[in-house]
Write a protein that binds this ligand. Structure first.
Ligand code: B16
Ligand code: MG
Length: 216
């Protein structure tokens, strides 16, 4: 068994969109007379859009109709897209492009596996469309993270067995999805509470292909 594919999460691993999600989710919470905290926003990492609203509704105990839900989801996304459309390649995390180039040079195939239905738009803004062999987003599979569908579809597109894929993820939902997919994983970022990964790195400058290989 050896490392044949890297499947990267997008939000929180390649760029920081959490701050943009937070502003728009905070607005949604205000419409429900609820104050969303940054700590709660962390619990929405990697969780799909609809499932995130369900969590906020649970915290706020607000009861709204299905039509109101759809309306809030639409408006949340419009607010978020305004922020996304102002993004630029300078928002790619330091060291990512160098690591990805090195991995590809070593013959490793690379894909994006994101819960975001806006993933392709973000990747385009970051000018990374040509940097991956496959892109799978939350709109392409029936179930989002923590279910394994997104990562399994990425492996299928790359034609690599799940056991030879390495997922790089910043969220617990994503690490759980990787495990359910039968894939190894690297936790990304400072969150010491993340469980299930074989390794953790704080940022891309700490990424080491040799170390990643040694997991297999
Ligand atoms: P959208 P990832 C996830 O992306 C985000 O972490 C999460 O906060 C967001 O709710 C979800 O995408 C859905 O995003 O509203 O754009 O469809 O981390 O899996 O790349
Ligand atoms: Mg993420």
């Amino acid at each position: 068994m050896s490392l044949k594919a890297c499947i990267y999460d997008l939000d929180g691993v390649i760029t920081d969109t959490a701050k943009y999600h937070f502003e728009s989710w905070k607005w949604v919470a205000e419409q429900l007379d609820y104050d969303l905290t940054e700590k709660q926003n962390l619990k929405l990492k990697g969780v799909g859009r609809k499932e995130s609203l369900d969590k906020i509704l649970g915290w706020s105990k607000a009861r709204i109709s299905e039509a109101e839900k759809q309306n809030l989801l639409y408006k949340k996304n419009q607010m978020y897209l305004e922020q996304i459309d102002a993004m630029s390649p300078s928002e790619v995390f330091d060291g990512f492009k160098a690591f990805n180039a090195k991995a590809k040079q070593a013959g490793i195939t690379v894909a994006i596996g994101s819960s975001s239905r806006n993933a392709i738009r973000i990747i385009d803004k970051l000018d990374l469309v040509l940097d991956f062999h496959a892109i799978v987003d939350g709109g392409m599979t029936p179930n989002s993270k923590p279910e394994p569908d997104i990562f399994l579809m990425a492996a299928e597109k790359l034609q690599i067995a799940p056991a030879e894929c390495l997922v790089i993820e910043d969220s617990q939902a994503g690490l759980t999805a990787a495990k359910k997919a039968g894939m190894k994983s690297v936790a990304f970022g400072n969150d010491k509470g993340l469980k299930g990964a074989q390794l953790q790195i704080k940022n891309w400058l700490e990424a080491d292909l040799e170390k990643f290989n040694s997991i297999f």
